[in-house]
Design a protein around this ligand. Structure first.
Ligand code: APR
Length: 248
């Protein structure tokens, strides 16, 4: 069953170039990082309105850092999995033009992806909203549980996009360009529930490109996809890499 679907996905990737990949939290669960909207996801335990909005952070940064501190510790020893590695390999072989990711865990970069757009920021740095000091991840982890700015003492904010914040303009612009120019946009491990990123597949379709979705469970855009595979990101992407010719 999976073999046939992967064959059809490979045919689509060969026929509709270039392929741009859009990933969500589902590609990192096999690295031990919970996603958000699965039944066992983060939002089943924590109310995002209490822990993941900019207003919640400004009102009670200690509480928000209590949540983020646990995630940073988890992310610190997570390793890229077969899904991340397969995408980096497919970029090297000329099949993947770029990866647009909603994830903040740096696993695509650590797997070797180079053409990478992080539309929700990343935990690579945290910043001081008062004086603008930028602090790298390792220093922030050492400053847990409540990282204070080394320059002015104000509590730092993780450089991830919180609900109520605008996305980094250059990143969402680049992501939109890539989606509009994609022959096929391959979505991997995202519920496609959060805008503006969930609108990227619509950019591809509006420009005449095709959509493919690899995800455990359905998404609101499944009916618009030429290929949908309900399977594990690591297994499917490894099978796709094996099914494609070495190079275009
Ligand atoms: N393989 C394939 N799909 C998987 C896997 C896996 N191993 N594990 C989980 N999934 C699926 C889940 O079933 C779910 O449909 O991945 C999807 C992840 O969806 P979400 O948890 O909503 O994550 P995401 O789409 O990235 O969320 C978007 O919401 O909370 C904000 O900023 C946060 O970037 C995040 C954004």
């Amino acid at each position: 069953m999976l073999g046939m679907s992967v064959e059809r996905l490979a045919e689509l990737v060969v026929a509709r170039r270039p392929c741009v990949v859009l990933t969500g939290a589902g590609i990192s669960t096999e690295s031990g990082i919970p996603d958000f909207r699965s039944p066992t996801g983060v939002w089943a335990q924590y109310d995002p309105m209490e822990y993941a909005t900019i207003d919640a952070f400004l009102e009670d940064p200690v509480k928000v850092w209590d949540f983020y501190g646990k995630r940073l510790a988890l992310l610190d020893d997570a390793q890229p999995n077969d899904g991340h590695r397969s995408l980096a390999e497919l970029e090297d072989r000329g099949w993947v033009r770029a990866v647009v990711t909603q994830n903040i865990d740096r696993l695509h970069e650590r797997a070797g992806s180079r053409a990478l757009v992080e539309v929700h920021g990343s935990i690579r740095t945290s910043s001081c909203l008062a004086c603008g000091t930028v602090v790298p991840f390792a220093e922030v982890v050492a400053l847990l549980p409540v990282p204070a700015c080394p320059s002015c003492g104000r509590i730092l904010k993780p450089d991830v996009v919180m609900f109520g914040e605008l996305l980094p303009e250059a990143a969402i612009e680049r992501a939109t360009q890539l989606a509009a120019a994609a022959g096929v946009l391959l979505v991997v491990g995202s519920s496609l529930e959060v805008y503006p990123v969930a609108g990227l597949p619509l950019e591809t379709l509006a420009a005449g490109g095709s959509l493919a979705i690899v995800n455990r469970g359905s998404t609101p855009l499944d009916a618009r996809a030429s290929v949908t595979i309900d399977g594990g990101a690591g297994e499917v992407l490894r099978a796709l890499a094996d099914a494609l010719p070495e190079r275009p």
